[in-house]
Design a protein around this ligand. Structure first.
Ligand code: SF4
Length: 168
């Protein structure tokens, strides 16, 4: 045990602080302040994919890495809609997924909000109506805010969440 502690004390800290630019640092601070103001410091998001290519989800995954680290700002991605405040909806609203999306929305306790992520849910070009897609998400759900992009980069998602929080 003494050898272990000797080694630890001699080695020191080997990790480096992430090189976060000033703009992102300011965004993170504003987001943390808004989460504190509107959700008492803890905002739970349920991500729902209604028919995406998964690139939007990949960008969202990046929000949990040590660089963006949204959990330190009080934003959590939860596994159940029953624990969520916000549904973050990605992908085209396919016929097959529509009932499941509506069911997930119904499970979220009030008050609740829907934020759409990426160009798919808004059916913006080139995502025209097809045999598998019935309508934009706004025709099925009360969408409070839309985050555009294909896919939106993590910085754009942070900006979008901040705009949503300032709006409500
Ligand atoms: S908006 Fe683009 S990246 Fe996102 S799910 Fe649709 S096609 Fe994929």
């Amino acid at each position: 045990m003494i050898r272990f502690w000797n080694k630890r004390l001699k080695t020191g800290i080997l990790t480096e602080a992430p090189d976060i630019d000033e703009e992102l640092a300011a965004l993170r601070k504003s987001l943390k302040d808004e989460v504190k103001k509107k959700f008492a410091g803890s905002l739970a998001i349920r991500m729902v994919d209604s028919g995406s290519c998964n690139a939007c989800e990949a960008e969202c995954n990046a929000l949990s890495n040590p660089y963006y680290d949204l959990e330190r700002l009080g934003i959590y991605f939860v596994a159940s809609p029953r624990h969520a405040d916000v549904m973050l909806l990605s992908g085209l609203m396919t016929f097959n997924m529509t009932p499941h999306v509506l069911d997930a929305y119904a499970q979220i306790p009030e008050p609740k909000w829907v934020v759409t992520l990426g160009d798919c849910p808004a059916m913006q070009a080139p995502f025209e109506k097809t045999f598998a897609v019935n309508a934009p998400a706004t025709e099925h759900l009360p969408v409070a805010h839309h985050i555009p992009g294909c896919p939106p980069a993590p910085d754009a998602i942070i900006r979008g969440l901040l705009a949503f929080l300032k709006k409500i």
